[in-house]
Design a protein around this ligand. Sequence first.
Ligand code: C2O
Ligand code: CU
Ligand code: CU
Length: 500
Amino acid sequence: MISRRRFIQATAAAVLVPVQWMQAETKVLFSNKFKVPPLVQSTRSGADVYFDLNVQSGFSKFSEKFKTPTWGINQPFLGVTLRANKGDRVHIKVKNSLDQTTTLHWHGVKLPAKADGGPHQPIAPNAEWNTEFEVIQPAATLWYHSHQLHATGEQVYQGLAGMFIIDDDASQQLGLPSDYGVDDFPVIIQERDFNADGSFRYLTGIEDETMGKQGGLVLVNGVVNPVLKASKSLIRLRLLNGSNATTYHLSFDDQREFHIIASDGGLLEEPIKAAGFTFATGERLEILVDVSDGRMPVLQHRAMSMDMSDMEMSIWESLLMNIMSLVTDTNEENSVVDVFQIDARQVTPEKVFIPSQLVTHDNTKRKISAKRTFTLEMLTGVESLLGFSDPFTINGQAMDMERINHEVKANTSEIWTIENTTMMAHPFHIHNVQFKILAKHGEIHGHELGYKDTVLVQPGEKVQVLLNFPEFTDADTPYMYHCHILEHEDGGMMGQFVVV
Ligand code: C2O
Ligand code: CU
Ligand code: CU
């Protein structure tokens, strides 16, 4: 509520005075320190890298009042950050120290199906899973999380998620901020509700199950509304929407522009100037923020009742939207939620350098071997209440571990059309690929121009994507495609494909 009032003042000021005067007065709003997830300990011999992961339980403090039972990987809440180079052979030992079965899935990684960590690679309590794969893709901000059948939502909510960063020579030569925790920061955005005893409150009713679990408190790397003390003029944020369900519409409170440099699958061809963007669960996005002005911008989420899917807004559009959201400010849906603040008062101003070109994507035209359609459906009303049929389906079928829905040929290209017949947006995710969006309603812009493994499909929308499948084959072990709203995935909006 405080943030709302401050926001109204800022916007009112923005209407009256030139933009650069808007933040004449700044103050630190948040008191929690920004936490950088530690990098995983690894041992290396040549191109072989070894990670030792322990899926564990523990306790975390999100407020002074109580301790919350949480899960994490090598720490009490969330995972340590994995880091490897293109060309590395990664060996991961995952020990499950929980008292229930789990999995760890490497989201966005191109890899053999057996190494994917999906529902077909469960790790029983006290068991160990040893997996390995070669990193064949370019530098990117990927992530990892539990993918336990029917329990992904709950396990991720409990804390089973972390970042997986890939580096390569091409990205290192660009001079981008890349000093982890110094000018290059992981930003895992999630939200949680709490019970009176401090434990996380997960599903409490039909709305949580239908819309997916949203929460009242926003966490960044497991900390409520932290302040990031910047020491450099240009900082790189590797944002991950690790929420169970919420789609964020992010921008800074002072409407400052920044550069989007990467999408799910890695760097864009060139930086894109923007003042805001839409960010669905499962997606990643990297931005460069110039904080040489020494101010204290707050990254905010503007929840919207109307659909703002194409939100690479210009500064004026974003301002206009603020004003509009004031005018229509009658319900929760148009509220402003603070995510975190950057405190740049200690920064010694420097002229920042932003490369005009980043990397070249391989856009060669390929023969299309198959076209497939995926229709997302959700039952509402009587049928689902009575439990007559599966509430969430793709092409009329709910996830079945025994059924392979599609067979794909390795090293071929396909076009998949994802069709949303429901009243809400669904972020559709496909394992083992980084695809390009070919067509959607409206223009493809911003991070949607880059490589994607998750794409938000709006109600009534059809999105066409182009997939190039890597060389790995395995007729018996499927990969998943699914809605990344975890309660939809757990509820059946998931299917399987094998690559042969
Ligand atoms: Cu991020 Cu199949 O998952
Ligand atoms: Cu995935
Ligand atoms: Cu969904």
